[in-house]
Design a protein around this ligand. Structure first.
Ligand SMILES: NC(=O)c1ccc[n+]([C@@H]2O[C@H](COP(=O)([O-])OP(=O)(O)OC[C@H]3O[C@@H](n4cnc5c(N)ncnc54)[C@H](OP(=O)(O)O)[C@@H]3O)[C@@H](O)[C@H]2O)c1
Ligand SMILES: [Zn+2]
Ligand SMILES: [Zn+2]
Length: 389
């Protein structure tokens, strides 16, 4: 990760409820810090007596031991800005990217597939109302004033901030810039909406951004959270879909998700259908030469996966002699996320989920399952009743 990422993260406007915060703030904050140690239902009662807005002290689950475990903690949310919404979180699903951030940053609240109910809004908020069910995800804010932002590609803004530059979704509440918050269509349940906000947005963003035609044959490499949704979206898009996995046991599921064919990366690929596009969603470094061999001349490899090695070894000869194109895709811009939600509602696209309770145990279990490739296919952490606001 870049130094600017770290700098932005450290200068986050969120104040964690650390010892330093307690020493330097006034008596109100000292009182809040004391409240943080009390049971949540008591905080709720005290806060409702002493302030007009919702309680600012939240319960969150932060990374520890290099992302291998989580600890529960109390955190103080910032006061609402003019464009902000306060959101009571209902659930947050877990993306592989969360495991990367949690491994990098100690004492960090990850989670960026967040669904909640708006409980307060700043005076300039126009797109959502108190009580609305909303989703928000990877991008926290952008400058809104550069050529990328002006042209509706704010995911490419050089001044974008991400979920990690503040408190993420492993918590019972959050404050977010309303301009990066999306109203969830009524027909989509919160637990199914969570995985759409990053995984769904990312694979839809690739199909949309690369103008994939409905007559194209699309291969999806890596059948995980992103990959299984890529199969569903590409099928609904009208494409011929080929699922490509290192795990032969995923054949049946991939076909149920809508794949016309299944290719196991361990098998021979000689007689495999040639692909116009490949969406790589594998969370490792896939065998690029093998995968490139599946592309038709003039084909395009769209990479979404984060490489562990930091580079992609694309073989030179097929790249040149088949005139192949290789590109990347980063989540999606706001108007594409809105289109994705409409598309998912219209085509009844739902992720395949496993549900756990948000808490130390649930976060630990989710991370264990994801890093051991056991999740089928997205894990949703539901905020339990005793933490619900
Ligand atoms: N570009 C973007 O905007 C964007 C957005 C979100 C996430 N991502 C990245 O996209 C990738 C997929 O994320 P995800 O949440 O879908 O992950 P996931 O649910 O864990 O699925 C990843 C899949 O990759 C394959 N895989 C092969 N070897 C692996 C290994 N050693 N460890 C883990 N997975 C392995 C597995 O599929 P098979 O068993 O089928 O081989 C696995 O199911 C990650 O690198 C993530 O960081 C990118
Ligand atoms: Zn993600
Ligand atoms: Zn910008």
């Amino acid at each position: 990760m870049s130094p600017s990422f770290l700098k932005a993260f450290k200068s986050s406007r969120y104040s964690k409820n650390s010892k330093k915060t307690k020493e330097t703030n006034d008596t109100k904050d000292t009182k809040d810090a004391k409240d943080a140690k009390r049971p949540t239902n008591l905080i709720k009662k005290l806060s409702s007596k002493t302030s007009t807005g919702p309680p600012r002290t939240i319960t969150a689950f932060a990374s520890a031991h290099g992302g291998k475990t989580f600890v529960e903690k109390s955190i103080e949310l910032p006061t609402l800005g003019r464009n902000d919404v306060g959101v009571a979180i209902i659930c947050c699903s877990v993306c592989y990217t969360d495991t990367l951030y949690a491994a990098m940053y100690e004492d960090h609240v990850v989670g960026h597939e967040i669904i909640g109910r708006v409980e307060s809004k700043g005076e300039d908020v126009t797109n959502v109302e108190v009580g609305d069910i909303v989703g928000f995800g990877y991008i926290r804010s952008t400058c809104l004033n550069c050529k990328h932002c002006h042209s509706g590609q704010e995911n490419l803004c050089e001044r974008r901030t991400t979920f990690s530059e503040g408190v993420g979704g492993f918590a019972n509440a959050s404050v977010w810039d309303s301009r990066f918050v999306y109203k969830i269509p009524e027909s989509i349940e919160p637990r199914h909406a969570g995985p759409l906000t990053c995984a769904g947005a990312s694979v839809f963003g690739a199909l949309y951004g690369y103008n994939v035609s409905p007559t194209a044959t699309v291969g999806v490499v890596g059948i995980g959270g992103l990959g299984h949704l890529a199969i569903k979206f590409a099928r609904a898009w009208g494409c011929k879909v080929v699922a490509i996995s290192a795990n032969p046991d995923k054949r049946r599921d991939a076909v149920a998700f809508g794949a016309h064919e299944f290719v196991c990366l361990k098998d021979s690929i000689l007689n495999t259908t040639k692909l116009d596009y490949i969406l790589n969603t594998a969370a490792n470094d896939p065998p690029w030469d093998h995968i490139i061999g599946l592309l038709e001349a003039n084909g395009t490899l769209i990479n979404l996966g984060v490489s562990r090695k930091g580079s992609m070894d694309i073989p030179h000869r097929p790249h040149l002699f088949k005139q192949l194109k290789v590109g990347g895709s980063l989540v999606a811009s706001r108007h594409v996320i809105v289109k994705m939600l409409e598309f998912a509602a219209r085509h009844n696209i739902k992720p395949e989920i496993e549900e756990l309770e948000m808490g130390v145990e649930g976060c630990n279990e989710a991370f264990h399952r994801i890093t051991h490739q056991q999740a089928r296919y997205r894990i949703v952490l539901n905020v339990p009743r005793h933490l619900t606001r």
